[in-house]
Design a protein around this ligand. Structure first.
Ligand SMILES: Nc1nc2c(c(=O)[nH]1)N[C@H]1C(S)=C(S)[C@@H](COP(=O)(O)OP(=O)(O)OC[C@H]3O[C@@H](n4cnc5c(=O)[nH]c(N)nc54)[C@H](O)[C@@H]3O)O[C@H]1N2
Ligand SMILES: Nc1nc2c(c(=O)[nH]1)N[C@H]1C(S)=C(S)[C@@H](COP(=O)(O)OP(=O)(O)OC[C@H]3O[C@@H](n4cnc5c(=O)[nH]c(N)nc54)[C@H](O)[C@@H]3O)O[C@H]1N2
Ligand SMILES: [Mo]
Length: 635
C-alpha cells in the first residue's frame, strides 16, 4: 500500500507499507524522486507509533477536575450526542463565534486536516489565525516578492551552492539535505548553534542571535559596491535598487562584525563566493520565530535577486489549491479569526465557550504554558479534544475522542518543500475514528443535511485532483503525481522584486529591512527542533527525550555550574529544573532546550518559559526565540 508520512515536515515522504500477521511494516518508496526510498529515523519507527499500547481506544468523559486525569469510558453515540447538545446550547446562548475550532500540525492529510472545518464553517464558528510557525517569513517574502513560493528543490541539480540559513536541515529536512549531497552542492550554514547540519557542511557562519538582518545587508553592500551584482537582472526586475544601494552604503562593517560576531573577512568571503556561485538560500522556519525574524527574512531574500537568481530561495511550495476540502463556502457570516498565540487571552476574556481541538497539542506547543493552563482551569469553556493519544491537551478536556492514524484511511498530501502530491491508502483499522468520520457523526447528530458534510474521502480527493488538473489514475498507479510548474510573476504593488517594499511601509515598517538590537536580561533561550520528534509527537512512543539545558562552558563557569548539575532555569513566565549539559556548540549568551515535548512526562517543557509576545507588523507572528532566562544551580 502507498502511504504518506503525514507529519508537519518538509519532506512529506512516500511510504510503502504492509500489514501482515497483525504487524505493520514500512519502507520508503524507492521511486519517489525526492525521498527516494529513504526513511528518516522517525519514519522508520512509525510501526512503533502505530502499534503503541498508549493509543486511545475509547472516548472518555471527564469525571474529576480539569487536568486531574479522571475520566470514564463512554461509547461513541453517547459522546457524539453530548457534544452536539453542548454545541447547540452554546450557539443559542452565546452565539456561533463563542465556538472555536483549534487545529494545526498533527496530520497533513488534505481531507483529514480540513474536513472538520466544513462543519465549523457551516456553524459560523471562530477559527484560528495560524501564526505559530512560519508567519513572519511568509509576510516578509510577500513584502519583497509578493509570495513566499521559491525554488523547486529538483532544480538544485544544476546548482553549485546551497546556503542553509537558520535551518537545521540534517534533522528537519533530511531528504533535502541528501538531495544536495547527491547533486554535489557545496553547503554553507548560517546558525547561532553549531548544529549537526553545520557539522556536516563546508562552511559555518556562527552568528549571534537576531543579527541576521545586519549580516545579510552587509553582504548586499559588498556585492553592490564591488559591482558583483547582476545589473541586467536588477534593472529589469528590481524596484528601489538605487535607494537600497544608498541605504546599505551607510553600513559600517566593523559595527556589523561586532554585532554579528562574524569577522569582516568571513563577511567578504560570503559575499564574494556567493555572488560567484549564485547560491540558493534555504531560509529556515525555526530562526524566523523571533522579534527580528520578519526583518531578517526580508533582508536575506534580497540576496538571490541581487545576483540574478530568480526565486533563488526556498521557503514554501504551495502547489495545489486545497480549499475545496475546507469548504469555506458553507459559511453565511464573515469569519472571525483568533490569533493562535492569543488563545490564553481569549479564554481569559470569557468569549470562548466551546473549544474543539484536533490535530494539535497546544498544551505542549504554545508558549507561556502557565498562563494558558491557568486560563483553561479557571474558565467555563467546554473542551473537546480529538487525538490519537492522551496528550496534555486531552488531559484537560471535557471529552476526549480517539483518533485513528493515517495508516487507517484514504487521503492525499502535498508538500511545502517539493512539487509532488502523494496518495495515502488505508492499510488496516485498529482504533479510533478519522477527523472526517467524527465530523460526519456530529453533522448527523446536529441534524444538518448539507451534502458537503457527508462526502467520502474519495469524493473530496477526486474533486481536488480535478480542480488542479491532476490524474487520479496516475496517482493510484505510482503513489505520487507531479504538479506542473506554473509561470510565476512578482505579485507586489510594482510587479517587481521590491528591495524598497511598498507593502511593508503600509504596515508602518521601514521600506528597507531594519536592524533593531534585541538584548534581554540574562541568557537567550532557544528552543529548536529535536531529531527524533516532530514538535510534541513521538515523545511518548519512541521514548527519546533530551530534556537537558545546553549551556556554554563560560556561562556555566560564571554561575558555578558543572556538567550534569541540576539547574533551575527561570524568568517571569516560570521556572523549571533540569540537568545542565556543557557544550561549545552553543555560544556564550545563549542556552538551548529542545522544543515542546510532553509536559506530562517530566512535569514541564520549554514552553513553561517561552515568551508569548507576537510581532504585530508580521501578522502576530510567534517569537519563541525572543525569550531570556537566568540559570542557577538548583538546591
Ligand atoms: N518552544 C517552541 N515551541 C514551538 C515551536 C518552537 O520552535 N519552539 N515550534 C512551533 C511550531 S513550528 C509548530 S508547527 C507547532 C506545532 O504544534 P502542534 O500543532 O501542537 O503540533 P504537534 O505537537 O505535532 O501535535 C499534533 C497533535 O496531533 C495529533 N494527531 C496526529 N495525527 C492526528 C490525526 O490524524 N487526527 C487527530 N485528531 N490528531 C492527530 C498528535 O497525536 C499530536 O498530539 O509548535 C510550535 N511550538
Ligand atoms: N526532526 C524534526 N523535524 C521537524 C520538526 C521537529 O520538531 N523535529 N518540526 C517541523 C516543523 S513544525 C517545522 S516548522 C520545521 C522547522 O525546521 P527548522 O527551521 O530547521 O527549525 P528549528 O530547529 O526550530 O530552527 C532552525 C535553526 O534556527 C536557529 N536559530 C535560532 N535563532 C537564530 C537566529 O537568530 N539566527 C540564525 N541564523 N539562526 C537561528 C536554531 O539554532 C536552529 O538550529 O521542521 C519540521 N521538521
Ligand atoms: Mo512548524
Amino acid at each position: 500500500m502507498f502511504n504518506v508520512c503525514m507529519r508537519d515536515c518538509y519532506d512529506t515522504c512516500s511510504v510503502i507499507s504492509q500489514f501482515k500477521n497483525g504487524t505493520l511494516t514500512v519502507r520508503g518508496n524507492p521511486n519517489h524522486p525526492i525521498t527516494q526510498g529513504l526513511l528518516c529515523p522517525k519514519g522508520a519507527l512509525l510501526p512503533k507509533w502505530f502499534h503503541s499500547e498508549e493509543r486511545l481506544k475509547s472516548p472518555l468523559i471527564r469525571t474529576g477536575g480539569r487536568g486531574e486525569g479522571k475520566f470514564r469510558r463512554a461509547d461513541w453515540s453517547e459522546v457524539i450526542s453530548l457534544i452536539a447538545q453542548k454545541l447547540k446550547e452554546t450557539i443559542k446562548k452565546n452565539g456561533s463565534e463563542s465556538v472555536l475550532v483549534y487545529q494545526y500540525a498533527g496530520d497533513r492529510g488534505v481531507v483529514n486536516y480540513s474536513f472538520p472545518l466544513r462543519l465549523f464553517h457551516y456553524l459560523n464558528a471562530s477559527f484560528i489565525d495560524y501564526a505559530i510557525c512560519d508567519r513572519a517569513g511568509q509576510e516578509a517574502l510577500k513584502d519583497v516578492y509578493g509570495s513566499a513560493v521559491g525554488f523547486n528543490p529538483e532544480d538544485l541539480k544544476n546548482q553549485k551552492l546551497i546556503v542553509y540559513w537558520g535551518i537545521n536541515a540534517f534533522w528537519t529536512n533530511l531528504h533535502g539535505f541528501m538531495l544536495t549531497k547527491r547533486y554535489g552542492l557545496e553547503k554553507w550554514v548560517v546558525d547561532v548553534v553549531k548544529t549537526e547540519t553545520a557539522k556536516r557542511s563546508d562552511k559555518f557562519f556562527q552568528i549571534k542571535p537576531n543579527t541576521d538582518v545586519l549580516f545579510a545587508l552587509s553582504i548586499a553592500k559588498l556585492i553592490i559596491e564591488n559591482e558583483l551584482y547582476d545589473k541586467a537582472f536588477v534593472e529589469k526586475n528590481v524596484y528601489g535598487f538605487e535607494e537600497f544601494k544608498k541605504y546599505v552604503s551607510r553600513l559600517d562593517l566593523d559595527f556589523v562584525s561586532a554585532e554579528t560576531g562574524i569577522s569582516k573577512h568571513a563577511i567578504e568571503e560570503f559575499a564574494f563566493n556567493y555572488a560567484e556561485k549564485k547560491g540558493v538560500i534555504h531560509i529556515g522556519y525555526g530562526f524566523q520565530r523571533s522579534l527580528s525574524g520578519g526583518e531578517a527574512v526580508r533582508a536575506i531574500s534580497i540576496l538571490p535577486a541581487l545576483v540574478g537568481h530568480k526565486f533563488g530561495f526556498i521557503y514554501d511550495m504551495k502547489t495545489i489549491d486545497k480549499s475545496y476540502a475546507e469548504g469555506s463556502f458553507l459559511r453565511t457570516k464573515p469569519i472571525r479569526r483568533i490569533p493562535q498565540m492569543e488563545l490564553a487571552e481569549h479564554i481569559e476574556s470569557g468569549e470562548i465557550k466551546f473549544l474543539y481541538i484536533y490535530n494539535s497539542n497546544p498544551l505542549a506547543s504554545l508558549p507561556n504554558q502557565n498562563r494558558l493552563r491557568k486560563a483553561l482551569k479557571e474558565s467555563d469553556v467546554f473542551v473537546v479534544v480529538h487525538d490519537i493519544f492522551l496528550t496534555d491537551t486531552a488531559l484537560h478536556a471535557d471529552i476526549v475522542l480517539p483518533a485513528n492514524t493515517f495508516f487507517e484511511r484514504l487521503d492525499i498530501a502535498d508538500s511545502y518543500y517539493h512539487p509532488y502530491v502523494m496518495l495515502n491508502e488505508p492499510v488496516t483499522k485498529l482504533y479510533g475514528k478519522s477527523n472526517r468520520e467524527v465530523t460526519t457523526l456530529l453533522a448527523k447528530a446536529l441534524e444538518i443535511d448539507n451534502p458537503y458534510l457527508y462526502e467520502s474521502e474519495e469524493q473530496v480527493i477526486r474533486k481536488i485532483l480535478e480542480q488542479n488538473g491532476l490524474s487520479w489514475e496516475e496517482l493510484k498507479e505510482k503513489g505520487f503525481v507531479k504538479v506542473p510548474e506554473r509561470q510565476r510573476e512578482y505579485k507586489t504593488p510594482s510587479g517587481r522584486i521590491e528591495f524598497y517594499s511598498q507593502r511593508a511601509t503600509e504596515r508602518g515598517l521601514n521600506p528597507f529591512p531594519e536592524y533593531k538590537p534585541l538584548k534581554g536580561k540574562g541568557l537567550q533561550l532557544l528552543s529548536p527542533t529535536h531529531r527524533m520528534t516532530i514538535t510534541s509527537q513521538y515523545h511518548n512512543t519512541y521514548g527519546i527525550i533530551d530534556p537537558n539545558l545546553y549551556i556554554n562552558p563560560k556561562d556555566a563557569k560564571e554561575r558555578g555550574i558543572e556538567d550534569g548539575d541540576l539547574v533551575e532555569v527561570y524568568n517571569s513566565k516560570g521556572s523549571i529544573k533540569t540537568r545542565a549539559k556543557l557544550s561549545e556548540d552553543v555560544p556564550s549568551g545563549v542556552v538551548l532546550l529542545y522544543k515542546a515535548f510532553w509536559p506530562k512526562l517530566l512535569g514541564w517543557n520549554v514552553n513553561f518559559l517561552t515568551s508569548d509576545s507576537t510581532v504585530e507588523e508580521y501578522g502576530k507572528a510567534s517569537a519563541y526565540h525572543s525569550t531570556w532566562v537566568e540559570v542557577r544551580k538548583a538546591q
